[in-house]
Design a protein around this ligand. Structure first.
Ligand code: NOJ
Length: 735
């Protein structure tokens, strides 16, 4: 009897509790900003229907139609329960209207996540990533990313599809412009810098956005430099070359990753259980989410990995792709797949959890709307332009300076010639988000501001980027004849690199080379300014030029620092993070190749095997002398501490910045190692006549050790070398 009464009492209490809940008298835990994130996630997940979960895992697009009159139409077409949108607009109002629908018209009021490709700036466009790496200044890159995050968040974004950290060794591939070069560690360091810059310390502070490491993993190995194709990556290469930047980015707290389009040795990146579920989510315990690339789930069908969209969706979610970008497979088939027992409910719940977690971390439940500021308030702030300018300055690389042709003497008359001389649009580079050419200070513009006497500056276009029209040559030659020096501005259009922009030859089009040859005949010195998104084949141009400055695609603020370098106001300090082949036929060519069985043979019969400019190359207006390397110990045991130092003296007569690259060589080991591997770098400004010490704190396991084809790290006894330029110190690990 007593027991029955107790049960009845319990039931009554429970009913009362549920009624209170239903009447919303006690706020749901997920709505309580003070509750721990994980509790909020679990609470919300428990309330969600299958349909609501599936939509959380889907990403559509919005904001492409910029006509203000169509805002209503656009909002109508977006489901209130959608998880994320690829948001093309910069209108805070459109974003707020869409968000209002999600908050007020969906049953649970889950905010939408707005994402976009903010790759090298949002409106204040700064240099492309390959150029940023030339600065060897991660702190500056972090600042630039923070500024991009602020502009983006004020414009309505919560999430960027950046950084791209695909190690790339084939400059025919257009996307080399989007990453940080050929070296794993370099990509890793800039991954960390970008993640810190985008995300800051608090994603909910209204100034930061979630980062996305992409394209997980090995996309840079695209065969023959073509986009979207097969990649042949052995397990050893996967770990040696591609994993490190992702591991570093994940450890730095990257909120999301994007799975690639490509096939990794038979298992496409977007269906790869090993890389996503086992390594990323299992071993690295990443608690954020993986979004597919645009349509990379439906494309599993073209790749021959799935028979239809339903199977593709099953493979993708099982492998660990949490959000479907534009394949429309999850919203169509996930419910069915769960019903048929092909996809366990826990897998769906795990994916939903990851997405909700980020929304809570971004503070979207508390602050779903953004302030409707004016463009003037949110973009192109003077302090931001300064950052873009500084990064451009540090990313420029003085490739050649024969007989100190640069800097130019004060009264030099300069003939700016070439398709890039007055062109602004192409300096922006690919993925410029909302950059405008009207914001750009171009090459000619920068010189105009720098040179005191306007009569020092002449201009002729000479020719276009490509084509056969030589009708401008005569004017170019005549203009050159009136000047003391030719500033020849050649390079690539911005859409010649980036996604789906491969080139079979990395030489500049013949018309540009021909213009250079015609100008050479004038006998005037030629300073070549190059703007491009990939290393170029310069073997014909290099001999006719006295000096070469690589400015890549510097964004809006390249003109002034370039003028500063030309006149000597600024001392260049950039160094290459990627090899410049002598000719296209040498590709792939990169510094950290593995050792050869016959190092003195195996050459080409018809081409040198030496690159034109090697990894780390970059000149200064001053000179630096390196002392010998000093190791704190040369006989070591596991667990010992080791530091190696080098003194660098500025032996010239002006201040300059120098980057020291520290390499490790392991001449003999169970699994063969590359000829050398970058393990650390540091940049310091050194005054004229001053000596500064650079120090590398070596972690024996991390820096001398190596990994096998499943990521297991080893440290073997034997000989190692620490190397800086041509200086080496020999180490023995005796135990
Ligand atoms: C495809 C590109 O591969 C990827 O990098 C980009 O983030 C998405 N499209 C979204 O624009």
């Amino acid at each position: 009897m007593m027991k029955k009464r107790l049960i009845a009492c319990g039931v009554c209490l429970w009913t009362a509790f549920c009624m209170l809940e239903a009447r919303n008298e006690k706020p749901a835990v997920y709505k309580d900003a003070k509750a721990p994130t994980e509790k909020r996630v679990e609470d919300l997940l428990l309330r969600m229907t299958m349909e609501e979960k599936v939509l959380q895992l889907s990403q559509y697009v919005a904001g492409r139609n910029t006509n203000a009159n169509n805002i209503g139409e656009e909002v109508k077409n977006i489901p209130a329960e959608i998880g994320a949108l690829l948001y093309y607009s910069t209108s805070p109002r459109l974003r707020n209207n869409i968000q209002k629908k999600a908050m007020e018209e969906s049953r649970l009021g889950i905010p939408v996540l707005f994402g976009h490709d903010v790759i090298h700036g949002f409106r204040t466009v700064y240099p492309i990533s390959i150029a940023q790496a030339c600065s060897w200044n991660p702190a500056l890159v972090e600042k630039a990313c923070a500024m991009a995050a602020k502009e983006a968040r004020l414009a309505g974004l919560d999430w960027t599809f950046s950084p791209m950290i695909d190690v790339a060794r084939d400059p025919r591939w257009g996307r080399v412009s989007e990453g940080y070069g050929e070296d794993p560690y370099t990509n890793g360091v800039f991954a960390v810098a970008s993640v810190k810059g985008y995300q800051g310390n608090n994603l909910a502070d209204g100034e930061h956005i979630a980062a996305c490491l992409k394209h997980y993993i090995g996309y840079g190995a695209s065969e023959a430099g073509r986009d979207y194709v097969y990649t042949e990556i052995s397990p050893q290469t996967l770990w040696d070359t591609y994993m490190l930047p992702y591991e570093m980015g994940v450890k730095a707290g990257a909120a999301t990753l994007m799975s690639g389009f490509h096939d990794i040795s038979g298992v496409p990146a977007s269906a790869n259980h090993y890389t996503m579920r086992e390594v990323l989510k299992g071993r690295w315990r990443h608690d954020g989410f993986v979004v597919s690339d645009w349509g990379s789930i439906v494309q599993l069908i073209s790749q021959g990995a799935a028979e239809d969209l339903k199977e593709a969706s099953e493979k993708a979610i099982m492998a660990g792709v949490d959000m479907d970008m534009m394949s429309r497979g999850y919203d169509k088939y996930l419910k069915e797949l769960v019903g048929e027992g092909k996809v366990p409910m826990e897998i769906v719940d795990d994916a939903v959890r990851r997405i909700l977690r980020l929304k809570f971390r971004l503070g979207l439940f508390e602050n779903p709307y953004i302030r409707e500021t004016t463009e003037k308030e949110r973009f192109l702030q003077p302090e931001d332009i300064k950052i873009a300018e500084k990064l451009a300055e540090e990313s420029f690389v003085l490739l050649k300076n024969k007989e100190k042709r640069l800097p130019l003497a004060a009264d030099t008359k300069v003939a700016v010639i070439g398709p890039l001389g007055k062109n602004r649009w192409n300096l922006l580079g690919s993925w410029t988000a909302h950059g405008k050419d009207g914001d750009v200070v171009g090459i000619y513009d920068g010189l105009k501001l720098e040179l005191k006497d306007p009569s020092q500056l002449l201009y002729a276009k000479g020719c276009d980027f490509d084509g056969k029209d030589e009708s401008g040559f005569a004017e170019a030659v005549a203009t050159a004849g009136k000047a003391d020096v030719i500033l020849l501005c050649l390079g690539e259009k911005r859409n010649w690199s980036g996604e789906n922009a491969s080139r079979a030859s990395i030489a500049l089009p013949k018309i540009q080379e021909k213009l250079a040859m015609e100008l050479k005949k004038t006998g005037k010195p030629i300073v070549l300014i190059l703007s491009n998104g990939r290393p170029l084949e310069l073997c014909r141009l290099e001999p006719v030029c006295d000096a070469i400055v690589e400015i890549w695609q510097p964004g809006i603020a390249g003109g002034k620092p370039l003028a500063g370098i030309l006149t000597g106001r600024i001392n260049p300090s950039g160094k290459l993070p990627i090899t410049f082949p002598y000719a296209t036929g040498q590709i792939p060519i990169y510094y950290n190749r593995r050792q050869s069985a016959r190092p003195h043979q195996g050459k080409y019969q018809d081409l040198t095997i030496e690159p034109l400019y090697e990894f780390g190359h970059g000149l200064s207006y001053t000179t630096f002398e390196y002392g010998d390397l000093k190791a704190s110990a040369t006989q070591l045991k596991r667990g010992d501490k080791l530091s190696v130092e080098v003194a660098v003296t500025n032996t010239g007569d002006r201040d300059g910045a120098e980057t020291v690259h520290w390499f490790i060589t392991d001449p003999y080991s169970t699994i063969t190692r590359p000829v050398k591997e970058l393990k650390y770098f540091e940049k310091q400004t050194i005054r004229a006549g001053e000596t500064r010490t650079f120090r590398f704190e070596v972690d024996l396991l991390r820096d001398l050790g190596f990994i096998d084809g499943d990521g297991k790290r080893f440290l073997e006894k034997g000989t190692y070398y620490v190397q800086v330029k041509d200086k080496k110190v020999k180490l023995e690990l005796i135990d």
